[in-house]
Design a protein around this ligand. Structure first.
Ligand SMILES: [Zn+2]
Length: 304
């Protein structure tokens, strides 16, 4: 039972005082500023300037206007703080570089903290699921007043992961590693999808972790190693017994004292461990191999 996702509602994160019934903004930046101001005034965010910058930077990577007059801008804060949500409705519409070029009439802004990995993606998925429904959107667009809009949005159900099965940051890093490795040999079309997936995973992880991850990826071709039979599969050196036990099922991040890689408890099949722990070796082997046959074998090994 505990592993069932627990339903929660947007009203758990959205205060009626954070709803703007008619935004003054004409464009994206003005709208983000207006919504941040509402959160700052209520002290729901500590530093408006930083958050506004993050929101704008995020929009530059990829627009959050998902189409059908809806935008879901978001920013992460690495300092402490709860999830803060602000909503703006716009009668005249806001220019938001939407994927379908339509003006945006509903903006739901989310500021969150990555202390609960997986929270953001579930929140975002819940919002998107409701807002893709035409009947739900038209009810929101036709709300009579602020209270009416708040009540309609409060129906949005978010399937949040229960705390005990919350994705660990180490497993998010591992998935990110798989994507980054795939990206290197992907076709142009695949690359687009992988970049998007990488971006979504990076949303959940804090800057310091990512900076270190990227350095390790650049230096070794991989950054996360499994722990199997008490040994780091990145360097085959045993990790301390207490540490090995702690890594299992933990949300903390552990680093191999010998090779410096992030450690993640091994859960898959043995073949998988060998693959994900030694892509650098496989790549090296492929490079060193002069014959096409050996190169092919190394490639196949990585694919499985
Ligand atoms: Zn190691």
């Amino acid at each position: 039972m505990d592993s069932e996702p627990k339903p929660s509602f947007l009203s758990a994160y959205l205060k009626s005082s954070s709803v703007i019934f008619d935004l003054k903004a004409d464009d994206k930046v003005q709208a983000l500023d207006e919504l941040c101001e509402v959160l700052a005034k209520q002290k729901l965010i500590a530093n408006k300037k930083i958050i506004l910058t993050r929101l704008i930077d995020r929009e530059r990577l990829e627009t959050t206007a998902i189409g059908d007059h809806v935008a879901l801008p978001h920013a992460r804060v690495d300092t402490d703080g709860e999830v803060a949500v602000a909503v703006g409705r716009s009668e005249k519409g806001v220019e938001f570089d939407s994927v379908d070029d339509k003006k945006v009439h509903l903006v739901i802004l989310v500021v969150w903290n990555p202390s609960i990995p997986g929270l953001f993606n579930h929140l975002f998925a819940g919002l998107a699921k409701f807002l893709r429904r035409a009947d739900f959107r038209s009810r929101a667009f036709q709300a009579k007043d602020k209270a009416d809009l708040y009540n309609i949005l409060s129906e949005i159900e978010l399937m949040l992961p229960p705390l005990d099965v919350t994705v660990s940051r180490a497993s998010l890093l591992k998935r990110l590693q798989e994507i980054e490795i795939k990206r290197k040999r992907a076709t142009k079309e695949q690359k687009k999808l992988l970049e998007k997936e990488s971006l979504h995973l990076r949303e959940e992880l804090d800057q310091a972790l990512l900076a270190r991850f990227d350095r390790l990826m650049e230096r070794y071709g991989f950054a996360v190693a499994d722990v199997a039979d008490g040994a780091c599969q990145g360097c085959n050196i045993n990790v301390a017994t207490g540490m090995s036990a702690a890594i299992d099922g933990s949300n903390d991040i552990y680093i191999c004292e010998n090779c410096g890689k992030y450690l993640v408890a091994y859960r898959g099949a043995p073949a998988k461990t060998a693959k994900s722990a030694k892509p650098a070796k496989a790549a090296k082997a492929a490079k060193a191999a002069k014959t096409a046959k050996t190169g092919k074998a190394a490639k196949a090994k990585k694919k499985t």
